[in-house]
Design a protein around this ligand. Structure first.
Ligand SMILES: [Zn+2]
Length: 347
């Protein structure tokens, strides 16, 4: 089959990628749409550093990443997908052929190992014609929802998870720093939770407009007004939860420095570089810091339902659509925040 591969830093379309065959517990699907994620852009450029950091880290027991990834071999990516069932594996209960589905990007091998469908030399991802999913992980797309919108379940679930982790409650307010796909997902979930003061900050006018569409009550260009000044003006005395969705060095420290007393900082932006903070800022104001990543299966299912019910309007976030041959160009184009938010690959 045809699939996009990252090999030695180059993205190309491989015409003879291995055809996946469903084993016990697995389902073969045809990919309908797969969103390009910022983490894939980062991995394409800095894969070796990411793998090195992963090797340093202890305490990661949830997923078995499988054999060590070889960046000089084909690496398959794509974890924000919707797909149509083609064939159900032996002795497996799953939706019948033709059903539109999505899934948490985790594949059980027939032996029971858990493999992330994120970067792999072996497990096919969403940037290809076909892939395997695990029957127990599959969620049917509710009747009539466009497969393009269903593909946004995964990135939007990241926002719902961050909002849950923040334990924000009605009466409290939010400041969202950075309105890329992650920040916008957070804003959408805050609005669903009924948070009535949502201040959002981004340099890009396009992204600020999307923030308003997703439910931000106040948007600010931080070059014109510092984000925390905008918060004080709009949110005032309310308890503050600040969502950091930028993920570059220096942001966490600047939040610690500028945030009001007792602010809860939720770090959802993924910074892959070493960063420095002044603990004195956090201590002086008794700040709370929560890092978060991903979502759980309930959050994933809730997000799909909210999209299907029209509570979470994801259509404006889709700013482009390419075939497999357009993926390399799309990776380049996503570098410009004024032009794009989410580009879908429709193989
Ligand atoms: Zn992603």
């Amino acid at each position: 089959m045809r699939a996009v591969s990252l090999k030695a830093g180059q993205i190309y379309v491989k015409d003879d990628a291995p055809d996946p065959v469903p084993g016990f517990g697995q389902v073969l699907v045809e990919v309908k749409a797969c969103g390009i994620c910022g983490s894939d852009l980062h991995f394409a450029k800095h894969g070796a550093e990411m793998l090195a950091l992963g090797r340093e880290m202890g305490g990661m027991t949830v997923l078995d990443p499988g054999p060590e990834l070889d960046l000089d071999q084909d690496v398959y990516m794509g974890h924000e997908f919707s797909a149509e069932v083609l064939e159900v594996g032996p002795d497996t209960v799953a939706p019948e052929a033709g059903t539109l589905v999505t899934s948490i990007p985790i594949l059980f091998t027939p032996e029971g190992a858990l493999r992330p469908i994120v970067y792999s030399n072996e497990v096919a991802g969403g940037y290809g014609e076909r892939m395997l999913l695990s029957a127990p992980m599959i969620t049917e797309v509710p009747n009539g929802l466009d497969f393009r919108h269903a593909a946004l379940t995964e990135p939007m679930a990241v926002g719902l998870h961050a909002v849950h982790k923040s334990r924000i409650a009605p009466g409290e307010g939010a400041l969202v720093l950075g309105c890329g796909p992650v920040g916008l997902a957070v804003i959408g979930s805050l609005q669903l939770k009924g948070i009535d003061t949502i201040v959002a900050s981004d340099f890009s006018p396009t992204r600020r407009a999307l923030a308003t569409t997703m439910g931000a009550t106040e948007v600010v260009d931080p070059r014109e007004e510092p984000a925390f000044d905008a918060w004080m003006r709009a949110g005032g005395a309310k308890p503050l939860v600040c969502f950091e969705a930028i993920g570059v060095p220096g942001i966490i420290d600047s939040v610690l420095k500028d945030a009001p007393h007792s602010t809860r900082l939720v770090v959802v932006g993924v910074c892959m570089e070493t960063d420095r903070i002044n603990p004195f800022f956090g201590i002086s104001k008794e700040l709370n810091v929560q890092f978060c990543l991903g979502y759980d299966p309930m959050e994933f299912a809730d997000t799909l339902r909210a999209i299907a019910e029209g509570e979470l309007a994801v259509a404006p976030l889709i700013t482009g659509e390419v075939g497999l041959d357009g993926v390399a160009g799309a990776f380049e184009a996503l570098g410009n925040p004024d032009e794009h938010c989410k580009i879908l690959v429709t193989p």
